[in-house]
Ligand binder design. Structure first.
Ligand code: M6R
Length: 622
């Protein structure tokens, strides 16, 4: 949560920092602020000082403030967009925070767990803290060091050694105009390396407009940015190195491209995203290959249990993974919410493979869960979309999903490409363990390769879904039913509606309805039903029964069923056709109308689809 930006170089920092904040705003939008090192009458040694501007609410409020009260010119600056943890989302709690003299300014992402002790200590020494945040103490601690003669880098190293919890910190010193210093522990931070200028961001989108050369920082590292380059150390001041990488997407991927919302753009990018997620996965001989994965085949053969851990939408991808992995590999799979995992003392051995699914690669619950798994001796494989993020770095193996940047808070293409990665993993294990014949794997791969075209077909019917969504502006509650791999789709459809339309929505396994939830059905209640393809395991027949049961009690049934499924029509008040695909792959096409439905209904209700209330894209606190 919270977006962080920094710049040092020859250009005007304010515009670069504010533009970076715009790209980071998806991470939090409770307040925004900037600090610039400017020349001024109250200047420190070099005649420079720190000027700040900050405002509660979205970035637009800060931009208005800066337009009304322009800030002085500066070539060094930092910025912050906040998702509040400690203290209300008001001007006072907005970052940057400063020490008593105002010489040092700092922005922070994360939670400093021992801030109460440190605040008490500072107050005993006579410091006056103005905000309710855990972050402000860092400004005071840094300032004490700097006023005592330390440079900002040394000050940051010393202060970090005193902090507990998760933090990315970025600071400037009014007495040292061409330096930005940052530190990270358990919280994201990436450096952008330009020609005679350097950038910082919570992710690369903050500076992709200026450079695609990036440096990923390791855990417990401090980085100093000057015009001449970057220098990395440990908290103890020992020289250290980050990992250089080039970003393989450009600015246009981080723009709305004519769409009203990033979410809508990202929904429409899904055919391409799925194709990219499948790219290069087969050797010239047709064998499945997962190049990025660092586990060897012998290790995979030994695996006797898989535990998938994830949160939110990624958890639903994990539920689909269970069906696929168990069916194709006969390896038992458990799926667990990452936030619950380590607290139940899970049974983990060297032969357990933990699969952590995370679009952002920064979700704190998932990160802590994988750390626990590794301390128990289990191997961890990450399925992740974000190169340079913490979860893949701390895992033994990784499959990148290659969706490109996902900026809308609601996950869409992130989810579809996670599903693809899960299918690939399942098929790869099947290939290694020999639980499926090569031609069978080949056939499923070909079916997967046809999915982008099928998603295009679904998207071609978007207008019909939009009309349906607008008809539901007055709805108070919506239910979603599914069976088998359609059950996670129902859960995902409900989550999308909750987070975007702020509407009561529940997803149920259709067979479970009669055990209680059917009491919710009343006249006219919309029930969206994900109908499994015909033919397998009586799933289709059982779903039909479930639909009849709710319809008999007055529900308005909106059925998503494959083309040619004639049996469904008599029981569907509204029928949305899906392309014909195998049941295990159906989530890839069935979830798309539900995404469109939620996006359009939230738009019709006048909500901010990309920045829904109370949410942030990356949940970097537990
Ligand atoms: O980045 P992650 O995949 O780890 O995020 C997990 C969840 O926070 C995320 O999927 C969340 O549920 C989305 N807002 C859903 O649209």
């Amino acid at each position: 949560m919270c977006g962080i930006v920094g710049y040092v170089g020859p250009r005007q920092a304010q515009g670069i920092v504010v533009e970076g904040l715009r790209r980071m705003e998806y991470r939090g939008y409770d307040s925004a602020g900037v600090a610039l090192v400017v020349s001024g009458p109250e200047g420190h040694d070099g005649g420079t000082t720190v000027a700040t501007a900050k405002k509660a609410g979205k970035l637009a409020n800060l931009e208005k403030l800066i337009a009304d009260e322009p800030m002085p010119a500066a070539t060094t600056g930092i910025g912050h967009t906040r998702w509040a943890t400690h203290g209300a989302p008001n001007d006072r709690n907005a970052h940057p925070h400063r020490g008593d003299t105002g010489r040092v300014a700092v922005v922070h992402n994360g939670i400093i767990e021992n801030f109460v002790e440190l605040r008490d200590e500072l107050e005993r020494q006579g410091h006056v803290l103005l905000s309710e945040t855990d972050s402000e103490i860092v400004a005071h601690l840094l300032e004490v060091e700097v006023l005592g003669g330390a440079d900002l880098t040394t000050a940051m190293q010393r202060v970090c050694c005193r902090l507990e919890g998760a933090f990315t910190l970025v600071a400037v010193d009014g007495g040292d105009p061409d330096r930005v210093v940052a530190a990270r522990r358990n919280s994201p931070l990436v450096v952008g390396i330009g020609e005679g200028e350097s950038f910082l961001g919570s992710d690369v989108a903050a500076f992709i407009e200026h450079t695609r050369e990036a440096l990923e920082l390791g855990q417990d590292q401090v980085v100093t940015l000057t015009r001449d380059g970057v220098d990395v150390t440990t908290f103890a001041g020992e020289p250290a190195q980050g990992r250089r990488f080039s970003v393989d997407w450009d600015l246009s991927a981080a723009e709305k491209d004519g769409h009203d919302w990033f979410m809508r753009k990202e929904i429409f990018e899904q055919p391409r995203a799925v194709a990219d997620a499948l790219l290069g996965r087969r050797s010239p001989a047709g064998q499945l290959q997962l190049d990025e994965m660092r586990l060897d085949d012998d290790e995979l053969r030994e695996i006797d249990k898989i535990i998938v851990i994830a949160c939110g939408t990624s958890f639903y991808a994990g539920m689909v993974a269970k069906y696929a992995i168990e069916h194709w590999t006969r390896t038992p799979v458990e799926v667990e919410l990452a936030s619950e995992f380590r607290y139940r003392d899970p049974i983990l051995t060297h032969d357990t493979l933990v699969v952590a699914i995370s679009q952002s690669g920064e979700t704190a619950d998932t990160l802590q869960a994988i750390r626990h798994a590794r301390t128990q001796g289990s191997k961890v494989l990450a399925i992740c979309n974000t190169n340079g993020s913490t979860i893949p770095r701390e895992s033994d193996a990784v499959i990148y999903t290659h969706a490109g940047p996902e900026i809308g808070v609601a996950s869409t293409k992130g989810f579809l490409t996670q599903l693809v990665a899960c299918y690939l993993l399942a098929l790869y294990i099947a290939q290694v363990k020999g639980t499926r014949y090569g031609d069978e794997i080949d056939q499923i791969m070909r079916q997967l390769e046809e999915i982008p075209a099928h998603i295009d077909t679904v998207l071609a019917g978007a207008e019909e879904i939009y009309t349906l969504a607008r008809e539901h502006v007055g709805a108070r509650s919506v239910l979603f039913l599914g069976r088998h791999a359609g059950f996670p789709v129902a859960l995902e459809g409900a989550l999308k509606l909750k987070e975007l339309a702020y509407l009561h929505a529940e997803g149920f396994a259709a067979g479970e309805l009669k055990h209680g939830p059917i009491a919710l059905i009343e006249e006219g209640l919309p029930v969206l039903c994900v109908v499994p393809p015909r033919g397998r395991d009586q799933l289709h027949e059982k779903m039909l029964s479930g639909i009849q049961e709710v319809r008999a009690r007055g529900a308005r049934t909106i059925c998503l069923a494959e083309a040619g499924d004639d049996k469904i029509a008599p029981y569907a008040d509204v029928l949305i056709r899906l392309p014909r695909v195998p049941v295990l792959l159906q989530p890839l096409v069935a979830v798309v109308p539900l995404q469109l439905f939620a996006c359009e209904l939230a738009t019709a209700l006048g909500h901010d689809v990309d920045q829904p209330r109370n949410l942030a894209k990356s949940v970097t606190v537990e």
